[in-house]
Design a protein around this ligand. Sequence first.
Ligand code: ADP
Ligand code: MG
Length: 403
Amino acid sequence: IVKHLDEYVIGQARAKKILAVAVYNHYNRVRANLSLEPPHEDTHGVSADQEDRNQRRSWINPPSEAPHKPNTDKPLATPAIPEEKTVYEKSNVLLIGPTGSGKTLLAKTLAEILKVPFSMSDATPFTQAGYVGEDVELVIQRLLQSCDYNVKKAEMGIVFIDEIDKIARRSDVHSASRDVSGEGVQQSLLRMLEGTTIHITDKSSGGQGHGRRNTSSGSMYGQGPPGKGETYTVDTSNILFILSGAFIGLEKTVQDRMAKGSIGFGASLRTIGKDSSHALQPNQPEPLSLVEPEDLVKYGLIPEFVGRLPVVASVNSLNVDDLVKVLTEPKNSLVAQYKGLFELSQIGLRFSKTALKRVAEHALEKKTGARGLRRIMESILLEPMYDAPGSYIRQVVVDSKVV
Ligand SMILES: Nc1ncnc2c1ncn2[C@@H]1O[C@H](COP(=O)(O)OP(=O)(O)O)[C@@H](O)[C@H]1O
Ligand SMILES: [Mg+2]
């Protein structure tokens, strides 16, 4: 997983490691928990597709609600979950760090190689149920869509929610209404993180006018493709949540706490590990790598919500060297993109090392991480992109004088 992330994302080694571990453990946990489930009905002679459908139906009407279980000939005296087996609980991840440092890119890149359904959403439009805006349940709807409404698969999926800091409780007076909804959204998300059942109606394919949920036992549904206003019931207890946000201003909270010498510093293994590994290095660890739950609560997340996020990964802000690498190294890097663009007009494009460094320095000044790079490149290359095509120019060289 890390190797794949390395192809597109510069640096952020620790965040990559944490994500890789989270995803790998998620696979194993889901597999282990599945083996704890009671065996379901005999599906011999049924195609895989049919089996999927049966599974989906059995989740629309949970097996416990089915009138009669057919396999009564088996000795069923043993409980569903043998006591000695371990039930693995999930460890949701919170990914924090400055803007333009690769959080969203990490998630997008991760999505490409995941072997489970994945949905990506932005928390900014989320509002409490009943308010204008998006409902948090949309994240589950998207997850279902990503696996063609296979509920069983979706229940093992991964949900990524970006800009999660936007639903923090606000303490300033003039945003009192936002305050309420931010907390309300956190409450709804909390229920999902804890594990709840969510009813999703597939509106996308157009309803047939009659609800199909709870009509009868699962196996009695008519043939034909699913969809058309069908309602799906998704249990979120095995879904892994990865939440991400910039949490602007959070460093200050961390620094203040540490300056006070209050609890937290050295109180957790993570802090100790981080601290000692940096002990001999001249530069201090970034404050965000020392975030404690109390800091997040102070920022405006409700304590129960923070409690459901046992893993915190932080991405670092990118320095000049990192930004130069962002320009040149990833697959699909900006330099590669512009080179390709010029090549389409049979024109060579080259950058001097110092020019790239100047571009990186300009981006650093803008304080938007790697986000500023493209705008700077566009403005540098405007003239050559205007002049060169269709002219005698065969080669464009960008050196530090023009940056
Ligand atoms: N670590 C990185 N490695 C490579 N490219 C990056 C990195 N960080 C940011 N970028 C570039 O900047 C853009 C914005 O980054 P993004 O991941 O959206 O930042 P954020 O951390 O704010 O979510 C990305 O599309 C990518 O081109
Ligand atoms: Mg982002």
